[in-house]
Design a protein around this ligand. Sequence first.
Ligand SMILES: [Zn+2]
Length: 174
Amino acid sequence: MSNSYDIIIVPDPVLKQTAQPVSKVDAAVQKQMDKMLATMYEAPGIGLAANQVNLLNRVLVMDLARKDEGEAPTPICMANPEIIWESEELSVMQEGCLSIPQQYADVERPARVRVKYLNREGKQDELEADGLLSHCVQHEIDHLNGVLFVDYLSSLKRNMMLRKVQKLKKQMVL
Ligand SMILES: [Zn+2]
């Protein structure tokens, strides 16, 4: 059995669906988290949500460590993440997505958020995030709600990006 998942690329209905909460973080969910991390590192990316690997439970993984610059890994695994506070202050950052390869655009989001979740050990945990981590966790939670970063853009810009991905798909001769 492979140690990583295939990443779903747009357009695909699974990316538009709402993922369902896990009842608990059992061995199967832990295994899923580990395999999602491996998939994300291999891509490489800094975040991955269950929808992107064709699973519809509320699980996401992130790691912002710069491995290429020798930083040690800092994996974060979340089940049932929930934003319990967000700042009024907003932040604009360029985002990309493993499901929308090679496309990037500025996205505006609350600058800081506090997120409640179950960690890999199944314990209730909280994360307060700003900067890139804040954008990343909001982007991944959006995935679990069937929302993509291109949904925040004008339809003109969104369609242009989606067409570019179709072209890329053909060039890669899948
Ligand atoms: Zn994404």
